[in-house]
Design a binder for this molecule. Structure first.
Ligand SMILES: Nc1ncnc2c1ncn2[C@@H]1O[C@H](COP(=O)(O)OP(=O)(O)O)[C@@H](O)[C@H]1O
Ligand SMILES: [Mg+2]
Length: 341
């Protein structure tokens, strides 16, 4: 690489870091996000009119489903944080119409309950039973006029390590959504196993509308990914350079990103960062090679941007921070539960 021997000076890092931070904070409103927003708005405005009319029908929910790195967390957080019609207490009131909870580990009913309470701004209630905690949550949800609670990594909530609580969790979720005085709509985001878990209970599954964040492919998403590259590179006043103008490159990029939309975007910002740090005037394939190398920490023979026959490379296994697609224990627990019931 042209700038390989150069020692990075502090001033360049200072200059480049905010530019990259800006790029990383951008949100691409892709097709599944539009679906999510539409579905959410339906639930929101139905609920508002029910409240006006003094009705309290059982709440409905949305299940946002995709592999690790597809973009679930980003999409739901964006939806809630930037929704123009949601009151999250910005006006200084007690009202908080949506609350987001990252399912903790271990995801026991009790610990998830405690974490939910804390998300409502309430301290731990560890001397309480699980039932008491969940009725406190119900109470706070009503007091703060909470319409939606989001659980991220919800597959772990429904099926925690032992899988023993599945029935209790399903019961809790249903009563949360069915409460006669104040029902709460749930947004569950999680891995594909989440769909199977919801399907274990037909009353539960019919309450949820699934929104899928699918894996991406060259044929279906090539033009969209190309547009993102051009836009992002243009935003930082660089040019699209050597080695990234053909079909072969896009196929390699998608493969190197384990066919996940979110990872693909991260790979693009990573390459731009490499280019900026090196003081280059264009982003080239070399910058993508370097990004993958530092993310995966592997030799070039396993780098999809380099290897001649890259299709056999399992990028997901090599990339840091992105879990396996389907945790084995979930499948075991689902089978076990089906057999038992
Ligand atoms: N719509 C999007 N626009 C821009 N970047 C995104 C988008 N979706 C995902 N990303 C990027 O992909 C990364 C992984 O997404 P994330 O939401 O954490 O995936 P998941 O929760 O499905 O594992 C995020 O850190 C973000 O940088
Ligand atoms: Mg996530």
């Amino acid at each position: 690489m042209a700038h390989g021997g150069e020692i990075m000076d502090g001033s360049r890092i200072q200059e480049v870091s905010p530019v990259i931070a800006d790029l990383k904070s951008r949100f691409i409103a892709h097709e599944p996000y539009t679906q999510l927003r539409t579905q959410f708005d339906r639930l929101l405005y139905q609920r508002r009119s029910d409240i006006l009319a003094g009705r309290m029908p059982e709440a409905r929910g949305i299940a946002v489903i995709g592999n690790s790195g597809s973009g679930k967390t980003t999409a739901v957080e964006r939806l809630i944080e930037k929704h123009p019609a949601l009151n999250l207490g910005q006006d200084g009131s007690e009202v908080c119409e949506a609350v987001s909870v990252r399912v903790p580990s271990p995801a026991t009913l009790k610990f998830v309950g405690e974490t939910t309470l804390r998300s409502f701004g309430f301290p731990l209630a560890s001397n309480k039973t699980s039932n008491q905690i969940w009725s406190m949550i119900q109470f706070h949800a009503q007091a703060r006029k909470t319409l939606f609670v989001h659980y991220d990594e919800a597959q772990d909530f429904i099926c925690n390590t032992s899988g023993k609580e599945i029935e209790d969790v399903i019961k809790t979720i249903k009563s949360f959504m069915q409460d006669q005085t104040w029902s709460v709509g749930l947004i569950l985001s999680g891995m594909p196993a989440l769909k199977d878990l919801l399907n274990l209970d037909s009353q539960l599954s019919r309450r949820f509308k699934p929104i899928l964040l699918p894996t991406i492919g060259y044929t279906s998403h090539g033009p969209e990914i190309w547009e993102i590259i051009e836009t992002y590179v243009g935003l930082v006043d660089l040019a699209v350079g050597k080695g990234i103008n053909q079909k072969d490159f896009l196929q390699r990029l998608i493969h190197a990103s384990a066919s996940e939309f979110g990872i693909t975007v991260e790979m693009i910002t990573g390459a731009i960062e490499e280019a900026l740090m090196a003081g280059a005037s264009s982003v080239t394939k070399d910058h993508f090679i370097a990004t993958f190398r530092s993310r995966a920490g592997c030799v070039d023979a396993l780098n999809p941007f380099v290897a001649l026959d890259y299709r056999g490379i399992d990028a997901r296994k090599l990339l840091d921070g992105f879990d396996e697609v389907e945790p084995q224990r979930l499948n075991h627990a689902i089978q076990h539960w089906r057999k038992a019931s």
